[in-house]
Design a protein around this ligand. Sequence first.
Ligand SMILES: Nc1ncnc2c1ncn2[C@@H]1O[C@H](COP(=O)(O)OP(=O)(O)O)[C@@H](O)[C@H]1O
Ligand SMILES: [Mg+2]
Length: 399
Amino acid sequence: MPQPSVLLIDPDRSSASFLRHMLERAGYDVQWAPTGKEGLIAAWRDLPEAIVMEMDLPDLSGQELVRKLRDNPRTQRTLLVALTELSTPEVAKACLEAGLDEFIIKQTDAIDMLLRFLARRQAGRKAHPDSTAPIRPGRLLAVLAAKGGVGASSLALNLTSHLAQIRSGRPILVADLVLPMGSLAEITAADPHEPVDVVSLTQTDPGALTPEMLRGSLPTPKGWGFHLLPGSENPRQAASLREEGLAPLLQSLRSCFQIVTVDLGHTFSRLSLLVLSQADVILLVFTPEPVAATLVRRTMEYLDGEGIPAQRVFLLANRPYGVESLSGDGLEKALGMPIAAGLPNLGSNMTLCNNLHAPLHLRFPEETSTHSLRHIAEKLLQRMDPAEIENPRRGGGLP
Ligand SMILES: Nc1ncnc2c1ncn2[C@@H]1O[C@H](COP(=O)(O)OP(=O)(O)O)[C@@H](O)[C@H]1O
Ligand SMILES: [Mg+2]
């Protein structure tokens, strides 16, 4: 078992060395940074489990430091504790509002309080790995197809490409979990020489799945604006996917990317259920025809039975082929729930773009279809994170 790591940010060398000694005695692996800026660099490079910091720093205010840490996906969920000389209630309040977990004033019993707090939180994290996460991880968008060939993969890619445009500069990922054979690397023309894919990453030690490793090794297909986690190349490879590796992989991806879109295709398995149960939004793609309506209803019943609320589902009627036997009210009646969005048949444009390995907005920037896709992406974003729309500053400042 590796020792839990703590980053100490404290400009006072003697205070820091005493603290370090006490923390090391309690079993922590301790790093030290004397300034806020050096602290940020160390935090984002080493990803400590907890950061203990003086709020009275030479270069940043404590509140600024907390905000910068919270606004970066790498430290969004790190335990942040102030151990400080500053004792005004205003400072404490501002820092806690910025996302600090605990404010401890440097006085006689401060170290005991700190050690007790760290031990308690660590025990809590072990018992409930997700429930004690201070700040929400990256948004998870699951894309599910009511049946094969409804356009799930094309939409997962094109909509996420719009999300990447809207969230320009933020790290965004599309992961291909269509088993036993994915198609996203083929559609996006991701570099076929990249050594990683979803199967190999489930076999990788979770400790090695650092943001540096993930962002460094996952390809960024040209023109799409996101990183891609390629899927299984063939059924033989799919058979070696390590199921227990999927949960830690998802967690690592979500601490590294602000949005993670997962194409599940038309697969219902324990693995897809893991993604569905964690998803912030489930984009359920179907074609407006009676057969698909029945399948949508059955999918909804299945999700309900698994405890996944219907409000998380975003129903998208897509028309990959010209025929359309249901529309509007009739369709919603057949489904028993409202449709969130619809996309018309795009003739040969979508298929052409897939064959050219490009998003639609790149080839047909002015076409109605591009505007429709953008509009759907905006709606999805709103469903994923309503607060972000109202307050776009949160989640900013990314590398
Ligand atoms: N709205 C649409 N209009 C025209 N063609 C579409 C539309 N949506 C998808 N397609 C085409 O349908 C085919 C199947 O799409 P794909 O994304 O592979 O579906 P799935 O992943 O659900 O199997 C592709 O050739 C794609 O270009
Ligand atoms: Mg597909």
